[in-house]
Design a protein around this ligand. Structure first.
Ligand code: BGP
Length: 475
């Protein structure tokens, strides 16, 4: 009983939030680099404030991040010390294709990831690679408007082919797009979309989403052709949507909000546009333009497994009931009176993870992978300089318990768990350093100061025990 013996325990990062070194190794500029810290960040993420270059008036936390580009050997050694069996990382697209449209890849970028994979191999750690974790080359945004254009499918597939061929023997597990549904909530971050005055934002978002969905299906095809043993997953920002009350109006709104997010996975896992999406998008006049082959592409190449991030559940009320809004991973949701919140106002709901696992498994009947989960918190070193992050341990313990119950008692087929930000890194939504998730503290601060030294938090030893006991010892 308990977790399967080969359960993939580990941690997750994204290139733009940890690597830094954005001008090293021939790397080009990407959307994720030009998202500033501070007040303008949310308008930039939403595509409402155009920022395609850095200026002197802002600071850009991705530029140095936590310098994993230089520290990766030390970091992977620490992951190995915790007993990681898997490390989820992403590829910075512009390290491989600096402008996005080159015919040949940048060898230096490929060599960097080659070294990362070699380091993982040394410790028996499986890489789980997100091909695109919010990156879009600025070159392509300028050239064709990012995912506004169908041309992106070819650029993305060239990146995929390069990676699948080069790392054929190094990587089994691939994810096509991180949190693909984020395109609806942070379209510049999710797809390099910037809106001009008078444009129909919803139409553009769904058209771009369609191109990503076709690109994702073709990536599955390509991965299997190049290495039939490879396993390709989709990835979405999950979290079951609860109705605020049993008022059928609330229940109906919650169901619709859930469908908005499941739409992407419905296509990637089942292979066709679900009927609710067809009807609603048509009714709003925003059903995407499609090429004749798209339907069969989506149908023929569904994903092998489904992965998701889970930070919290969401709670939805009908517009008439005017409930107070809660924070939470760029999604609008009302405050759930039964739940406590993190320092950043994100609800904490471990049972929600069990509910989500059941809901997703019931819906798709494919293996699942929790590839992000964790607590963003303020960590203050004590007099000895140690971070006693018992709050993080408590959060993770309860979520792992919930996951265990889903596996053991509900029969959910779960491949693994990679907690988010296994070493401290830049926050995607806020651009802050002080919102920390790691087992490993990085001495880096919001004002850019810090030695970048790594140290173990209390949760480091705790997670090490969890992995060593395959999730049995959670105390
Ligand atoms: C997800 C992203 C991650 C990560 C995480 C935590 O949306 O996939 O990149 O950052 O959320 O969010 P935040 O960094 O905003 O606290």
């Amino acid at each position: 009983m308990g977790f399967p013996k080969d359960f993939l325990w580990g941690g997750a990062t994204a290139a733009n939030q940890c690597e830094g070194a954005i001008t090293e190794g021939g790397r080009g500029l990407a959307n994720v680099d030009v998202c500033p810290a501070g007040a303008d960040r949310s308008a930039v993420l939403a595509g409402r404030k155009k920022m395609l270059a850095m200026d002197d008036a802002h600071t850009y936390p991705a530029a140095e991040a936590v310098a994993m580009y230089q520290h990766f050997k030390e970091d992977i050694r620490l992951f190995a010390e915790m007993g990681f069996r898997v490390y989820r990382l992403s590829i910075a697209w512009t390290r491989i294709f600096p402008n996005g449209d080159e015919k040949e890849p940048n060898e230096e970028g490929l060599r960097f990831y080659q070294s990362v994979f070699e380091e993982c191999k040394k410790y028996g750690i499986q890489p789980l690679v997100t091909i695109c974790h919010f990156d879009c080359p600025i070159g392509l945004i300028k050239k064709c408007g990012g995912w506004k254009s169908r041309e992106m499918i070819d650029h993305y597939l060239r990146l995929c082919r390069t990676l699948f061929e080069r790392f054929r023997d190094d990587v089994v597990y691939w994810l096509t797009f991180n949190e693909i549904n984020m395109i609806l909530h942070a379209p510049f971050l999710g797809a390099g979309l910037v809106f001009e005055e008078g444009e129909n934002e919803e139409r553009i978002k769904y058209q771009a989403a369609h191109y990503e969905l076709v690109a994702s299906a073709l990536a599955v095809k390509l991965a299997h052709e190049i290495n039939p043993a490879s396993k390709v997953g989709c990835m979405f920002a999950a979290g079951s949507v609860y109705p605020y009350s049993c008022n059928p109006q609330d229940v109906w709104e919650a169901l619709k909000t859930g469908q908005e997010n499941y739409f992407f996975v419905d296509v990637q896992a089942r292979g066709y546009y679900p009927s609710y999406a067809k009807k609603r998008l048509q009714a709003q006049g925003i059903y995407p333009d499609m090429e004749p082959d798209d339907t069969s592409i989506l149908q023929q190449y569904p994903v092998d497994f489904i992965s998701f991030s889970y930070y919290n559940s969401r709670c939805i009320a009908s517009p008439e009931s005017k409930q107070e809004e809660a924070e939470g991973n760029l999604f609008c949701s009302v405050k759930n009176p039964y739940l406590k919140c993190s320092d950043w106002g994100w609800p904490i709901d471990p049972l929600g993870l069990r509910i989500t696992l059941n809901e997703v498994y019931d819906r798709y009947q494919k293996p699942l992978f929790v590839v992000e989960n964790g607590l963003g918190a303020l960590d203050e070193p004590d007099a000895q300089g140690v971070i006693e992050d018992d709050y993080r341990i408590a959060y993770l313990r309860e979520h792992i318990r919930a996951m265990k119950a889903a596996v053991e008692e509900d029969g959910v087929d779960l491949m693994g768990y990679t907690s988010w930000g296994c070493l401290d890194l830049v926050s995607a939504s806020s651009g802050e350093m002080r919102k920390r998730y790691g087992f490993i503290y990085v001495d880096k601060h919001d004002d850019g100061s810090g030695t970048l030294a790594r140290s173990r938090k209390k949760s480091f030893g705790w997670y090490q025990k969890v992995i060593a006991s395959n999730g049995e010892d959670l105390d």
